[in-house]
Design a binder for this molecule. Structure first.
Ligand SMILES: [Ca+2]
Ligand SMILES: [Ca+2]
Length: 254
């Protein structure tokens, strides 16, 4: 009987986590851009959906475009591409807040080709995370391929990549606003012994995600939230006085 109880508790927990992490997920699918006909159409320098905004590198000669449903290079769903070779694709929240990117779909732009795509995320507290993929060689008529980002693409304020040679279209960018900590997260800081010892406590964050605490903008402490969304960090031997603790896009002083 004990075994059965343990099993059902585990199942209940898993179900809760799945629901908790899927509620805020959004997919940028470009479907409002769907067009009929055998050609392609301009999208422009900027595209906005679901509170997110795509922009391009400064001074690029060509805009974002998409293929219409009857085009030979239509990949089965309306997708975006930067029409400038080596142009930059830049994604951020319109309000500048932190977010997590979990998935993207991509396919070669012109025909069968293995195309490199090198993603760079800028973390909310500074620093970069990188993830490189290569498409499987299908052309647009073979349909879009799904790529999953590593977990450290949480808590970023910008995702960017380059329209590298070979060239690609992309679609279905899956995102969550609020970064790794989530939108309900709260941060507390305590300065002890005149400020020489500092503690940071995070609660109500997303469960089981990697986070990075910082003291006064540096002195990183990597952490991991538990099943309840809690994590903490501490620093010793600091200068006496007040200090600032940050994690994700949260900041507090003591
Ligand atoms: Ca959408
Ligand atoms: Ca689409």
């Amino acid at each position: 009987m004990n075994m059965v109880k343990v099993g059902s508790v585990g199942l209940a927990l898993l179900a809760f986590l799945w629901i908790g992490s899927s509620v805020a997920a959004q997919t940028i699918d470009f479907q409002v851009l769907e067009c009929s006909g055998a050609g392609g159409l301009d999208v422009g320098e900027v595209y906005e959906e679901d509170g997110f905004r795509f922009t391009k590198g400064p001074g690029e000669p060509h805009v974002y475009k998409r293929f219409c449903t009857g085009a030979p290079r239509y990949p089965g769903s309306t997708a975006l591409y930067n029409n400038t070779a080596n142009g930059q694709i830049i994604l951020a929240k319109i309000d500048g807040g932190a977010f997590t990117v979990t998935e993207i779909k991509a396919v070669a732009l012109n025909g069968p080709a293995a195309v490199p795509i090198n993603f760079v995320g800028t973390k909310s507290g500074g620093g970069e995370v990188r993830h490189g993929v290569v498409t499987d060689g299908r052309g647009p008529s073979g349909g879009l391929e799904t790529f999953v980002f590593p977990p450290d693409f949480n808590d970023v304020v910008k995702l960017e990549w380059v329209q590298e040679s070979g060239f690609h279209q992309f679609d279905d960018v899956v995102l969550e606003a609020g970064g790794g900590c989530g939108e309900k997260a709260k941060l507390k800081a305590k300065c002890k012994k005149g400020g020489t010892k500092v503690k940071g406590k995070l609660k109500k964050a997303n469960p089981n995600v990697a986070v990075t605490f910082r003291l006064d903008g540096g002195q990183e402490r990597p952490g991991q939230t538990d099943n309840k969304g809690k994590a903490k960090a501490s620093w010793k031997h600091q200068d006496p006085g007040g200090h600032t603790v940050t994690v994700c896009d949260l900041e507090t002083r003591c």
